[in-house]
Design a protein around this ligand. Structure first.
Ligand code: FES
Length: 241
């Protein structure tokens, strides 16, 4: 008998060990997410993927799928909460999309569009954050960092380097570089590292490649992130069998 739960009233089959988010994506049902990455596992920090089960909120990227569960995802309340999370992310950093090299390739920007965010609503906090331009081929712009720790995990798991860590808590947390000087120039980072590819914003980028593809022709300029993610996930599922 198929294992299945209900997502907003529609049946979603799942395999043992899958989270709600994984099963939903595999079934062609998009749940917004930022800190989760299929190759890096769950982190549970951005809360964008929150769903409600039996009246209680859960991160769908960490919550195992269970047979017979009734999961609410696209309710007006949860959509409003997601939009508010995005607005808070925008005001607690310094994000200048029109002048950012990552515009059109940025998951933060694309997710904000997808959720219908049209303004930042909350007062901007204009935090002062250090940039690190010390490396010849890679830069770190902490103004754009949302501390999702995708780079931290990718550096450890795939690059075998442990270049990054997060110091501090809450809005005072900051992305730290593990090197004698605390600068990228003294770290082991290289422009082809997975940690750079894993960054969902323009915080961590290889130098001199940001504008190779013109703005307007980039990944999320062409299609909404919700459409692209489902297609990518379906292709990966087929690829992995
Ligand atoms: S994607 Fe689930 S908490 Fe960030």
């Amino acid at each position: 008998m198929t294992n299945a739960f209900h997502l907003d009233g529609l049946e979603v089959p799942f395999q043992e060990g899958q989270t709600i988010l994984q099963a939903a994506l595999a079934a062609g049902r998009y749940i917004p997410h930022l800190c989760w990455h299929p190759d890096l596992g769950p982190h549970g920090s951005c809360r964008l993927c929150t769903v409600v089960i039996s009246g209680r909120p859960f991160s769908s990227c960490t919550q195992p799928a269970m047979k017979g569960q009734a999961v609410a995802c696209r309710t007006p309340e949860l959509n409003g909460m997601r939009k508010a999370i995005m607005q808070m992310l925008f005001v607690e950093g310094n994000h200048h999309c029109p002048s950012c090299e990552k515009s059109g390739n940025c998951r933060l920007q694309a997710t904000a569009y997808d959720l219908g965010m049209q303004d930042s609503h909350f007062p901007h906090q204009f935090p002062k954050r250090e940039r690190d331009m010390s490396h010849p081929d890679v830069f770190l712009d902490r103004d754009r960092c949302i501390r999702c720790e995708r780079c931290v995990r990718a550096s450890r798991i795939y690059d075998g380097k442990d270049v990054f860590g997060v110091h501090g808590r809450g809005m005072h947390s900051t992305l730290a570089v593990n090197s004698p000087s605390g600068l990228l120039a003294d770290s082991q980072i290289a422009p082809e590292d997975r940690s750079i590819q894993a960054c969902p914003t323009g915080a961590l980028m290889a130098k001199r490649v940001g504008f190779v593809v013109p703005i307007g022709e980039r990944v999320y300029d062409r299609e909404p992130i919700s459409v692209l993610e489902l297609r990518k996930y379906a292709a990966e599922e087929v690829h992995h069998g």
